[in-house]
Design a protein around this ligand. Structure first.
Ligand SMILES: [Zn+2]
Length: 523
């Protein structure tokens, strides 16, 4: 039995706080989801949202290749005719092969929130589905508040499904609208629905309010649902919709069901990052399957086991979902981590070798001083180069001076950095002004080094973070600076510096950044 995957990132997902897609964003995401292999893509609410109307027009001009495009809307207004309902007309005008129509399946919601009679509630569903189906649409009925409704009045909830099924809906999608239902309840209720609608397709639309979104989708599938709805990265109102990628990964990789393809599975980490990028959302490092930390190991004991048997502490092979296993360098790390990490970077280092022990004791000593190499892998690699004799010194800093001056009337202070450098046998002074000390130091280093290392023009400082690290009591506070850099060909790297002086700490991180970039550029 094939399980269909229905993505609603562009409709329900766009309800999430901080998410606002332009028409262009939506088209880009729809095409990417299509290439990924989604079975259904819900694009939006035409009529209700003007930019969604435009989105559907764009996709009519250039239709999707694989996925069925769905337009979303609600049932007709109370005490009115379906054929003249503006919302339903807009749905038909979107000219999508699929229309998903939401209508209340909870008696309490019908009488208390909608304030119409139970019979009118059922007629609104039946009339709307019949109209759309009569116009040749494949109709999915989203049974709103189905589970809460079923718990209060099972008979009415099932009659709502009857109304949709008898009017021609091809999928009865059960919505856990408030997201509070638990997996065992989902299993029981979907089983009851299955018994009543033996042949029809049952869908599941979970929300994550009780942190059970994925579990609820899986419980529904075990009880006979064959369509699952969710969003990329779990975007959505409140705590979000269920993550469609987590659901699909569990169905295919763990439950062995026919759902997407292995190729799609290997594309999911990239898809997740792409959608975050377009939505301008900071990726969640702890996201299951696709997060940066999903297969990251820190403890030395784990790292040792992983070097011997890579799967020892991972629930699946990370490459199956397009992710990678990462080992963090940290104070707790043993020499096995160092050796593994070195191997990942292309350095053969036996964990029992003096070099590995030298790197370990250097990392441990530096971490004690407040360095953190977890977010600064380029600084770690430089340390590794020094320990293994592969390091080449490109320049020497003989002295630096940074002046910050603000006079009455100046909007911002002016910063000037002067460096005394040596490259080969040549000693010289170099100077630059900048917006703050890091910018001025960066400018002065570049001004001095560019004629020796023209490849420096392909490297840019893109970001820096400064934070205070609290050491033991009675010592001066230290400042840790992390600098992020990018090369024109797309590589990015981070470096770290620590000092009680913010300028010194920034300078260290900056020098590492430039040294690392130049060494890589000349490789
Ligand atoms: Zn929803």
């Amino acid at each position: 039995m094939k399980i269909d995957v229905y993505d609603t990132t562009l409709r329900d997902g766009s309800q999430g706080e901080g998410i606002s897609f332009s028409v262009e964003d939506k088209v880009k995401i729809a095409r990417r989801l299509d290439a990924f292999g989604m079975d259904f893509i819900e694009g939006g609410w035409p009529g209700a949202v003007p930019k969604d109307t435009e989105f559907f027009a764009r996709l009519r001009a250039e239709p999707l290749r694989h996925a069925k495009l769905a337009a979303f809307g609600s049932t007709r207004k109370a005490h009115a005719t379906a054929a003249t309902d503006a919302n339903l007309i807009a749905l038909l005008q979107a000219e999508t092969p699929v229309v998903t129509i939401v209508g209340k399946a909870s008696a309490w919601q019908v009488t208390e929130a909608l304030r119409v009679s139970l019979e009118e509630g059922l007629a609104m569903i039946a009339d709307s589905v019949a109209l759309l189906e009569g116009q040749g649409r494949e109709v999915i009925y989203d049974a709103e508040h189905f589970f809460d409704g079923y718990k209060m009045d099972p008979d009415y909830a099932l009659r709502a499904l009857d109304a949709a099924a008898e009017s021609g809906a091809s999928v009865l999608c059960l919505c856990d609208t408030n997201g509070g239902t638990l997996p065992h309840e989902i299993y029981e209720i979907v089983t009851a629905v299955r018994q009543r609608f033996g042949g029809g397709t049952i869908g599941m639309h979970p929300h994550n309010d009780a942190d059970c979104g994925t579990a609820n989708a899986l419980a529904a599938v075990r009880a006979g649902a064959t369509q699952v709805q969710g969003t990329i990265n779990g975007y959505g109102e409140r705590t979000g919709n269920a993550s469609i990628l987590s659901i699909a990964a569990a169905l295919r990789l763990k439950m062995g069901l026919d759902c997407l393809t292995n190729e799609a599975m290997r594309d999911m980490t990239r898809l997740s990052a792409f959608v975050d990028e377009v939505a301008n959302v900071t990726p969640n490092p702890k996201a299951a399957y696709v997060g940066r930390n999903a297969f990251t190991h820190k403890a030395g004991l784990h790292a040792d086991a992983i070097a011997k048997a890579p799967r020892a502490y991972d629930h699946i092979e990370p490459t199956d979902v397009g992710n990678v296993r990462r080992l963090l360098v940290s104070e707790q790390a043993g020499s096995a981590t160092i050796a593994q990490k070195a191997a990942d970077l292309g350095y053969a280092l036996d964990k029992k070798s003096p070099e590995a022990r030298a790197v370990l004791s250097e990392v441990t000593a530096r971490e004690h001083e407040g360095y953190a190499f977890e977010g600064a892998e380029a600084s770690f690699e430089l340390l590794l180069q020094k320990a293994t004799g592969r390091y080449r010194k490109l320049f020497d800093l003989l002295a630096f001076r940074v002046l910050v001056e603000r006079r009455a009337g100046d909007a911002e202070p002016i910063t000037e950095a002067t460096l005394r450098l040596r490259v080969g046998d040549e000693e010289f002074l170099t100077v630059a002004e900048g917006d703050g000390p890091i910018h001025a130091l960066d400018g002065a280093l570049r001004a001095g080094l560019l004629r020796f290392y023209p490849q420096l023009s392909r490297i840019r400082l893109t970001d820096f973070k400064v934070r205070v690290v609290t050491m033991g009591e009675g010592t001066a506070a230290k400042v840790r600076t992390i600098v992020e850099s990018t090369a024109d060909h797309g590589a990015t790297w981070s470096t770290v510096g620590v000092s009680t002086n913010i300028i010194e700490s920034s300078y260290q991180a900056l020098v590492d950044a430039i040294e690392y970039g130049l060494l890589k550029e000349s490789e």
